[in-house]
Design a binder for this molecule. Structure first.
Ligand SMILES: C[S@@+](CC[C@H](N)C(=O)[O-])C[C@H]1O[C@@H](n2cnc3c(N)ncnc32)[C@H](O)[C@@H]1O
Length: 328
């Protein structure tokens, strides 16, 4: 691993592309790479967990479908519902909402996702959640879904500066402003059990013990560009605009999905066409930001995504929550 690290630093210098500390840019690079690989290989239909309501043996595709349908039921999505998905990824939830007769609108910060989904006729905008009220009129939507996107709203730098509460509060306020009275919001979010502040984004992986807790967090944060809220933080920051009306612990569901992803990718690598697309994705990242390509390799090789959900007492909890808008 040290040799790969040294190699990437040399390539980085040769290409005159310095390491990127801008966490917004890192998030975009991460989803560009996923888009490249997921879209071309079809090994990963969505970027979040499935719902294994029939147990761990639920087939991957069915678990993904169950999750989307469960979320749409929870936000009461039906004919003519005006639904907004913040962070719409590959568009699975938008398609399912449209099938129910809803007007389904998505926003994302990944331009490759926008281009791809628009070609399919879906209503998707390149818009950061922070600009929500500039993009949409007030009281437009009946429901908002954030399926795995809250993890990107606050960045490591924001948390170090103590701004995380302020950012979550302002986002709940934005949700409230674009939702109709009594509207519902559903969030599915990985939460930290303990808020351990550290400059993970700027840290050199070599500064941490290989595979230690801090090493893993540095890899995660340097790969996806974000920060996990702590347990109870969203409840605190949702007030006085929302009250929580439902919660489900989906940590096991995320573990099963992560194991399914791993199996699917390992099996998928036996197909030379998939291998070619993965190779192209890595080369694309390498030419744009060799350090990011290095982190991506370390991330996949070390199984760091799955690590966070494993064991008797995993470091994170993945929670689904439904929020009802409160008139203030
Ligand atoms: C983990 S993916 C989830 C995608 C999709 N909801 C799913 O279930 O597969 C996170 C999504 O959030 C988007 N995203 C990240 N930061 C965002 C932000 N600040 N504003 C809007 N979307 C954002 C990403 O581009 C990506 O589409």
């Amino acid at each position: 691993m040290k040799i790969v690290h040294a190699f990437c630093q040399v390539v980085s210098k040769l290409l005159n592309k310095p390491r990127v500390y801008d966490e917004n840019e890192i998030t975009k690079r991460c989803y560009r790479l996923f888009h490249f690989v997921a879209e071309k290989t079809k090994l990963m239909s969505e970027y979040t967990e499935g719902y294994y309501k029939d147990g761990q043996n639920t087939p991957y595709e069915l678990a993904q479908e169950y999750q989307i349908e469960e979320i749409l039921d929870k936000v009461k999505c039906g004919k003519e519902t005006q639904l907004l998905e913040v962070g719409c990824g590959n568009g699975g939830l938008l398609r399912a909402a449209k099938k129910r007769g809803a007007r389904a609108v998505g926003i994302t910060v990944c331009k490759e996702q926008v281009e791809h989904l628009r070609k399919e006729g879906l209503e998707v905008y390149l818009c950061d959640v922070r600009e929500l009220e500039k993009q949409f009129n007030s009281e437009l939507f009946d429901a908002i879904v954030c399926n795995g996107s809250i993890e990107h709203y606050v960045k490591n730098k924001d948390a170090l500066e103590g701004k995380d509460d302020l950012i979550y509060k302002s986002i709940f306020k934005k949700f409230s402003s674009v939702l109709k009275p009594g509207g519902l919001a559903m969030t599915t979010t990985i939460h930290m059990k303990e808020r351990k502040l550290n400059n993970y984004i700027a840290s050199n992986l070599g500064d941490h013990k290989y595979l230690s807790h801090n090493w893993r967090l540095a890899v995660l944060i340097q790969f996806y560009g974000g920060w996990y809220p702590s347990e109870g933080q969203l409840e605190r920051c949702s007030e006085p605009n929302f009250k929580k009306i439902y919660e489900y612990d989906a940590t096991k569901d995320y573990l099963y999905t992560s194991l399914d992803w791993k199996r699917r990718f390992l099996r998928g690598m036996l197909n030379p066409i998939n291998l070619y697309h993965m190779f192209c994705g890595v080369v694309d990242s390498l030419t744009k930001d060799p350090y990011f390509a290095y982190i991506a390799l370390v991330y996949f090789k070390s199984g760091t995504w799955t690590w966070q959900f494993e064991g008797e007492n995993p470091p994170v909890k993945h929670l689904w929550k439904v929020w009802e808008k409160v008139s203030t």
